[in-house]
Design a protein around this ligand. Structure first.
Ligand code: UDX
Ligand code: ADP
Length: 475
């Protein structure tokens, strides 16, 4: 007999929980989905009438919310009743890297996962399938199971109908492409031991995904596969970024090299774009988790190998900041620099671990003032991210060190340089002649994402640096 899923709860209305449940609700009209969060402001934003006010920007998301919200998709802070009525609960809470205590700087902070497990133990009322969606260290399912089981023991089993199955079902969506990734994933991975629970979760996916794409493994393989996939992807970016530096020194071109290398079918042509470094909430955190695991099992050589991927990522950001300062005569103090893009990649408003934060901090530290424009990131997000540096380096003449603009047209005035840090499509259509007229000379464009129109930039009389390519000096 299969276990019928009628009501689903998702704990955590973030970048994973929100879009995932929106797609599930759209694909499974016979199931009710409730997304809960302790953050009331976030839930209010998910419920806002004006869809441009949703807490997350993701192409295609507004359409799904408009279609499903208040029909079979609900956003609520009523955690107790949502858990109590649910047949299946997804855990999509945040799992950032620990900042203090044992494993600080490497291990994930499982405070929120543990709190969610305790909420489930308290409020669930019958058999509940608990599904890990957040990226978690290997063997976290064991912790969740223990919390759930110990709560059963506390409550005199005979008096309750509570029981649990724990599954791992890692999410592989990439932000900015989340809806498409959820609608048409390369694979769906389900880890677990309880066949009935696995079939129930598989039943949800079978509404739109073909069975051969659904892979079943044991719990630990599922958890480790997610960490490994992210580590491999991040490793590719550190690889191409390391080669971008060699290209700049030797006169080779990273796009020609990337194309030649990517045409080898064993390597493939995706994920070979050089950048100012990978950002986002997952890559660094997951590699650090892997390193922590290696150190725990005394696999020091393996830990060192993966640490290299993180080291190159950090180095790439510092390398770019230093290069920009060098090109501007070794001095940016008193200069104004335009920053185009603050999100960690295009098509998202997420700035977690964005390379823009590090590069802006480096420039502020050298005394530059910044004029920042991003089409989707809010002023508050940018202010928050750079607040510490701004406080430390307050300019003596009370000049604003941080200027944030809502229109790209206003950002260039009196700037000495433009740095493109996110590959927003609109940056390929900038009228560089117009920009040159309002900037100070000699003016520079630094393109870390290869997204501006090189011919137009050069025609407008700029000095031009593009990642992994030859530099063009006009003056
Ligand atoms: C990643 C994984 O792709 C996804 O499967 C997992 O579920 C979560 O982590 P995400 O971080 O949202 O997704 O975005 P992704 O597209 O992977 O980009 C990560 C970072 O790598 C970004 O900063 C991006 O700019 C950078 N990147 C990506 C490159 O520098 N070059 C590339 O060729 C691709
Ligand atoms: P992700 O990118 O993994 O989705 P986010 O930080 O965007 O991470 O979202 C995680 C969400 O989980 C946050 O909105 C946070 O408030 C929520 N959350 C954390 N702990 C709990 C909890 N115990 N109960 C409900 N929501 C929680």
């Amino acid at each position: 007999m299969t276990f019928e899923i009628r009501k689903v709860c998702c704990i955590g209305a973030g970048y994973v929980g929100g879009p995932t449940m929106a797609v599930f609700a759209n694909k499974c009209s016979n199931i009710q989905f409730k997304v809960v969060d302790i953050n009331r402001a976030r839930i209010n934003a998910w419920n806002s009438k004006d869809l441009s006010q949703l807490p997350i920007f993701e192409p295609g998301l507004e359409k799904l919310i408009f279609k499903c919200r208040e029909k079979n998709l609900f956003f609520t802070t009523d955690i107790e009743s949502s858990i109590s009525e649910a047949d299946m609960i997804f855990l999509s809470v945040n799992t950032p890297t620990k900042t203090k205590g044992i494993g600080a700087g490497k291990a994930s902070d499982l405070k929120w996962v543990e709190a969610s497990a305790r909420q489930i133990a308290e409020f669930s009322s019958s058999h509940t399938i608990v599904v890990e969606k957040s990226t978690l260290p290997v063997r976290t399912a064991e912790t969740i199971k223990k919390i759930l089981e110990s709560s059963q023991n506390n409550q005199t089993k005979s008096l309750t109908n509570k029981s649990y199955s724990v599954l791992s079902n890692p999410e592989f969506l990439a932000e900015g492409n989340a809806i498409k990734d959820l609608e048409n994933p390369d694979r769906v991975l389900i880890g677990g031991e309880d066949n009935k629970a696995i079939s129930a979760l598989e039943g949800i996916y079978l509404n739109w995904i073909s069975p051969e794409k659904i892979i079943k493994t044991n719990l630990w393989s599922s958890e480790l596969s997610k960490l490994t996939a992210n580590a491999f992807l991040a490793q590719r970016i550190s690889s191409i970024n390391s080669i971008s530096a060699i290209c700049e020194e030797t006169g080779a071109d990273i796009y020609q090299v990337g194309k030649a290398v990517g045409l080898d079918s064993r390597i493939g042509n995706k994920f070979l774009m050089p950048s100012p470094g990978f950002g986002g909430s997952c890559f660094q955190k997951d590699i650090l988790n892997l390193i922590y695991l290696c150190e725990f099992y005394k696999l020091d050589a393996v830990a060192k190998y993966w640490q290299g991927v993180i080291d190159i990522n950090k180095w790439q950001k510092t390398r770019i900041s230093q290069l920009i300062i060098n090109k501007l005569f070794g001095n940016v103090s008193g200069k104004k620099i335009a920053i185009l893009g603050f999100a960690f990649k295009s098509n998202t408003n997420d700035i977690r671990n964005s390379p823009a934060i590090d590069i802006c901090e480096d420039l502020l530290e050298e005394g530059s003032s910044l004029a920042i424009y991003d089409p989707k990131v809010t002023d508050a997000q940018i202010n928050n991210a750079l607040e510490n540096k701004i406080q430390r380096f307050k300019s003596s003449d009370e000049k604003n060190l941080l200027n944030i603009y809502s229109s790209i047209d206003d950002v260039f005035k009196d700037c000495d340089a433009v740095i493109v840090l996110t590959e927003w499509q609109e940056f390929s259509f900038i009228d560089w002649v117009k920009c040159a007229k309002v900037m100070r000379k000699p003016s520079w464009v630094f393109d870390t994402r290869s997204c501006v129109n090189k011919q137009e930039v050069l025609k407008a009389g700029f000095n031009f640096w593009r990642i992994g390519s030859e530099t063009h000096h006009i003056l």
